[in-house]
Design a protein around this ligand. Sequence first.
Ligand SMILES: [Fe+2]
Ligand SMILES: [Fe+2]
Length: 303
Amino acid sequence: MVGALTFNNANSAESVVIGGVPVPREAAEALHRLSEIRTIPEAARKVRQIASDPAASVKDMAAAISSDPAMASKLLKLANSAFYGLPTRVGNVERAIVLLGFKTVQNLALAGSICRLFRESAASKGFGGRDLWEHCLAVAVAAKTIAARIGKLDVDEAFLGGITHDVGLLAIRDAFPEKLAATIDLAAAGKPFLEAERALLGTTHAELGAALTAVWKFPEFLRETCRCHHAPELAQPQFARLVHCIHIADCLCGRNHIGFYLTSEKSEIQEESLEAIGLDDDDLEGIERSLDRDLPEARGIFL
Ligand SMILES: [Fe+2]
Ligand SMILES: [Fe+2]
């Protein structure tokens, strides 16, 4: 895992570069400890490996999924949900893989493993892994709706981008629970959350999330959605549209106070983001209505 870590020569005393993101040394050490404790399950790794192997068969994929009963059950629930609107009921894993495709199955496997990480995160003052999961799931559902509406984004990548966008908070919770509590207090008193993080930790959940996805060797688009969801103008051009989508979904869920919303409660949706993906205020209202309808079903699959 240390392959993603290099020392930052310009400032080697204070920071370490992980996956292109400078991280204060203390936070980087905590992040690596976390990545050793909170591992991505073997089945999810195997699924990713199979998805990237052009010679792999549906049977290979079915065997990997079926080795993890929780993953197999989520896949079947998803295949039979309104999310994919498949015409007939899907009764077994192989059929679900054929109908959904390797890429969707791979993204689902990752989403399922990340769900587990949130569940395992201990609560601390003002923060619970469940609340953060509720927020991330809502952002994922909203991002998927946006992607489907504009038609120029991969809906599964948008969903996974939403699921992972605030994963850096788990690292902060594990490594610095008192500092997280102090950050939450400052944010509740009106200071923007990212400014409070920067002041207390010298970094943010966005940067730590990007570093964590690099340590876990997640796809690059997830690093960028983590790193830039509060500042979409910083995204690399090839990921810009996806990052704008996650930024909008995050702001919508923050202003509607869904789950752990403090990070984006006061974030304004950037005009540049709406223009970049071609949405207006009427569209946003429609997306909020869809979220009310779709979130309960997503909870049924992933909680
Ligand atoms: Fe965030
Ligand atoms: Fe968020």
